[in-house]
Design a protein around this ligand. Structure first.
Ligand code: ZN
Length: 335
């Protein structure tokens, strides 16, 4: 058992030091010998441009190079390191490190979820002595519905609204947009995607994900027919309002707007409807993950690290916000 004696955030590096590696986790760190990039979302790729030694999946490297236009210097996976699927988006990985000196195993999750997505591999769960878990959803009161329910609600609402007008979804251009395309495809709906969403979708298709959509850069023979009737558009979150107004004036049809994001549980997006389609773990999934790993130590990572650690401690986990394993362990005193 450990007793927490201090919660002071100490400065220090945020890397994992193990087997001669100084490994940065989704951050740019001075002195890192390798930089792990868990997936291609912008808040995880700070080291991508400058790193000479990137550890990432093949799909993440393709998204960074072909969609984001960053050329990547990938390093061969060190012997003590293994990548595990994280279930968050195409190519998203956790990293497992075997510390040969201490005989311990550490897993850093990156963004992850336990539910199955349509456009990426399901999470791989393995055991670890220490886990470093993403802290996006820290509040025990936020609970995502089973994914099938959210997907059915999206399909039902879209079909209904298509009877009387155009449907416009706002979402993240990479990850969620492709989920949404796959959900709509199941209903036989071929949505129109923005140029940016189309570019990200090309990398998904190249990696075997089936997506059927139209865009100005991904032409289909039936493009004119598609925009001739009521259609579904998918654009980035921040352009829903402006594009909705444009569609309304160009086509003289009612435009129904929606967002598809887990953030729907916390924010108002001023659309007709909000769907909490999340690619993150909620608090109960975080606990399920820790239990499944059988971890003795839990560190929380990211913007809400302190809040998640606090809520996990209330649920009797030995959890602390991450600031580098060594630094964090110095805050614990063995009873
Ligand atoms: Zn992410």
């Amino acid at each position: 058992m450990y007793k927490i004696v201090s919660f002071v955030i100490l400065t220090g590096d945020w890397m994992i030091h193990s087997n001669g590696l100084a490994l940065s986790l989704d951050r740019k760190e001075k002195g890192a010998t390798a930089d792990f990039i868990s997936h291609a979302h912008t808040d995880h790729i700070a080291s991508a441009k400058s790193s000479k030694n990137v550890i990432a999946s093949k799909e993440t490297v393709e998204l960074l190079e072909e969609f984001r236009g960053i050329s990547i210097n990938q390093v061969q996976l060190p012997r003590s390191v293994k990548l595990l699927d994280a279930g968050h988006m195409l190519g998203s990985k956790q990293i497992a490190i075997e510390d040969e000196n201490k005989g311990e195993r550490i897993i850093y999750t990156g963004d992850f979820q336990l539910q199955e997505s349509r456009a990426c591999s399901r999470i791989e769960l393995e055991s670890a002595d220490t886990v470093i878990v993403d802290s996006t959803y820290f509040d025990p009161d936020i609970k995502f519905d089973p994914r099938e329910e959210t997907e059915s609600a999206i399909q039902f609402w879209t079909e209904l609204k298509l009877m009387s007008g155009i449907v416009l979804f706002g979402t993240y251009s990479v990850g969620k947009a492709q989920e949404l395309i796959a959900i709509l495809n199941e209903q036989g709906i071929v949505p129109l995607a923005s140029k940016k969403i189309s570019a990200a979708s090309e990398v998904y298709i190249k990696n075997g994900v089936k997506l059927d959509y139209a865009s100005t850069t991904h032409n289909r023979d039936d493009y004119d027919q598609l925009i001739g009737g009521n259609f579904v558009g998918i654009v980035e979150n921040n352009s829903v309002r402006s594009i909705s107004a444009r569609l309304n004036s160009n086509y003289r049809k009612q435009v129904f707007t929606a967002v598809a994001t887990g953030m729907s549980t916390m924010m108002n997006f001023n659309t007709d409807v909000q769907f909490a389609l999340s690619d993150h773990a909620d608090f109960s999934q975080v606990m399920e993950y820790i239990n499944s790993a059988g971890a003795k130590h839990v560190f929380t990572y990211g913007q809400n690290a302190a809040l998640l650690a606090g809520n996990l401690r209330k649920a009797s986990y030995n959890a602390l916000p991450y600031m580098g394993i060594e630094t964090a362990l110095n805050q614990l005193v063995k009873e």
